[in-house]
Ligand binder design. Structure first.
Ligand SMILES: O=C(CO)COP(=O)(O)O
Length: 257
């Protein structure tokens, strides 16, 4: 696999969403720990990001002052302003120092009715406001026969990717997180051969885009996951296994090699 795109070499990227696991106090402790290890990623030209809950964004931004850690939000609305109680606009997120907006996570699809269409509209809003959409895609169930599982996963991911690509400018930066739904919250990540086969096809779907397009793997990822995915992905999107900062430090080390 080539590690270059039309816009130059793709920097590796790794990060974590804290989902709703931590309260504010714990989030800030974690952000301080992250700031302390962040130079290890920067030294190796690896982008590092954290996606805390909305309330924590501003204090986390302060905790990350002087580092290169990118700040992400866990969702955003597709309009920039108006009577949308409870929603947060990409414009406000941008003003708050956010640079990445996570969209279409499996939990938001399952619990809050997020669809490919809403994720695409939100991604367009993110691009319009200078934010990078990080859009989660992935098949719901694991095909039991390995040879068929790859093809089924690709066909389930294809409309998720295509609706998104149609909604955002061709030159917009994009992060696609391949997260097989069945591998989220599990004891171990998906089989590396499966992930590489699927993500190579996902990359083909975005081939020819002018904007930087990076692909992450997420779903029970942690130390030991990245090495066998090198041929398919540009990095990892961590959940629970980043809660211990030492694990994240180890992942950065593995990605640095
Ligand atoms: O959903 C994920 C990242 O967005 C992955 O979560 P887990 O690593 O906890 O399975």
């Amino acid at each position: 696999m080539s590690s270059t795109s039309a816009v130059g070499p793709r920097r590796k990227i790794v990060g974590t969403s804290l989902k709703m696991y931590f309260d504010l106090t714990k989030t800030l402790t974690y952000a301080a720990d992250l700031a302390n290890i962040s130079s290890q990623a920067a030294k190796h030209n690896i982008d590092l990001f954290i996606i805390p809950d909305f309330v924590s964004l501003l204090p986390v931004k302060d905790a990350l002052t002087g580092t290169e850690v990118k700040l992400g939000a866990q969702d955003a609305f597709w309009e920039d302003a108006g009577a949308y109680t409870g929603e947060v606009s990409c414009k406000t997120l941008s003003q708050a120092g956010v640079s990445i907006v996570e969209l279409g996570h499996a939990e938001r699809r399952r619990l809050f009715g997020e669809t490919d269409a809403t994720a695409a509209k939100k991604a367009a809003a993110a691009c319009r406001n200078g934010l990078v959409p990080l859009v989660c895609i992935g098949e719901k169930t694991h095909g039991k026969i390995a040879s068929q599982a790859v093809g089924m996963a690709i066909e389930e991911c294809r409309p998720q990717v295509m609706s998104l690509l149609q909604a955002i400018p061709d030159d917009a930066e994009l992060i696609l997180a391949y997260e097989p739904v069945w591998a989220i919250g599990a004891s171990e990540p998906a089989d590396p051969d499966h992930v590489v086969a699927v993500t190579q096809q996902i990359r083909k779907m975005a081939e020819g885009r002018k904007g930087l397009t990076r692909i992450l793997y997420g779903g029970s990822a942690g130390p030991g996951t990245y090495d066998r995915l090198r041929q398919g992905v540009d990095g990892l999107f961590l959940g629970r296994f980043a809660h211990d900062i030492k694990n994240l430090e180890q992942v950065i080390k593995e990605m640095s090699d």
